[in-house]
Design a binder for this molecule. Structure first.
Ligand SMILES: [Zn+2]
Length: 316
């Protein structure tokens, strides 16, 4: 089992892409493919498969507006913000496909495409939110094939690099009085009815990942976790809009759930037998009272729950 949005097969050409002559040759090559992003959405055909554009379809877009994603044996991939196209070109694009949130259809898109689309979406989002220098407020310009921005103020020249916000996500387990293993899942009120997921939260400055796990679990559920019992499992790029999910498993030192200090609608302990009764998030059946749903199949939450259910992670 592998995680969506990971396993990027493209060579990012980290050193070569800084060479403008090399970059121009890639940009002008007939093998170049361009991945448009519009307001955080990627571009898909009627079958919800990604559409990559050729150079002659985006003649309004200059190399200075494109982000180099990487290359494989056949193609070189770039991303760009569709707002860089003329209005006419944007309209004709709308007739050729549809803009969809990757998150909503990630489960049906291949691993290869998901990794490329996620990188495109993440980098374009970063450019859109770093138009100005964070130090002096002057305009930033795209440099190094879109993997850095530089302040245009002659006295400043501050460089800014793409950032990724770390978030921890954790499968918390324990043994109840009967010796039955249970895992802790919670839900937010905005979610699909019956859907439960592993707890998660952002890492604070000045905090280790293990401390973030323990703090988030305590804040959200009142459950105590000893940082010495936290084990790393896996990570997943999560450009929705700018995170990486760091997955952990940990055993709890307490059992009584208290959600009164946080925004969870509910949190519960679930046995493996109960998890086996969960229906998939993607299952179109109507919600019935008492029915539980798994988090979406493209998420690391699903990965952690499935791995624990199969006895592949955790002590119990
Ligand atoms: Zn500046």
């Amino acid at each position: 089992m592998s995680l969506k949005y990971s396993q990027m097969h493209l060579d990012r050409c980290t050193n070569q892409r800084k060479d403008l002559r090399w970059l121009k040759a890639q940009f002008q090559s007939s093998n170049a493919l361009f991945c448009p992003v519009q307001e955080g959405n990627n571009f898909f055909n009627a079958q919800a498969q990604p559409i990559y554009l050729k150079r002659d379809q985006i003649i309004d877009v200059s190399i200075n507006s494109c982000v180099f994603l990487g290359k494989d044996d056949e193609h070189t991939y770039f991303a760009f913000d569709s707002n860089k196209l003329s209005l006419r070109a944007q309209e004709s694009l709308c007739e050729a496909g549809q803009w969809l949130p990757l998150r909503n259809i990630g489960a049906t898109v291949s691993h290869t495409d998901c990794a490329i689309l996620a990188l495109a979406k993440g980098l374009i989002h970063w450019h859109k939110t770093h138009l100005y220098c964070g130090k002096c407020g002057a305009i930033n310009k795209l440099i190094e094939a879109g993997h850095a921005r530089k302040c245009t103020h002659s006295q400043c020249r501050n460089m800014t690099f793409p950032r990724t916000d770390p978030a921890v996500i954790m499968l918390i387990e324990h043994l109840d009085e009967q010796g039955v293993a249970r895992c802790l899942l919670g839900r937010q009120s905005a979610w699909q009815l019956g859907m439960y997921s592993t707890l998660a939260g952002f890492v604070d400055p000045g905090e280790t990942l293990e401390e973030a796990v323990a703090r988030e679990v305590l804040e959200e559920s009142g459950i105590v976790v000893d940082t010495g019992n936290v084990s790393y499992v896996a990570s997943q790029p999560w450009p929705f809009p700018a995170s990486i999910m760091l997955g952990f498993c940990a055993s709890a030192s307490s059992q009584a759930i208290d959600i009164s200090n946080d925004d969870l609608e509910d949190a519960q302990w679930f046995t493996r037998a109960q998890l086996a009764q969960f229906v998939a998030k993607e299952d179109p059946i109507e919600y019935q009272a008492g029915q539980f749903r798994m988090s979406s199949i493209d998420s690391i939450s699903h990965y952690l729950i499935s791995a624990w259910h199969a006895g592949k992670i955790g002590k119990y």
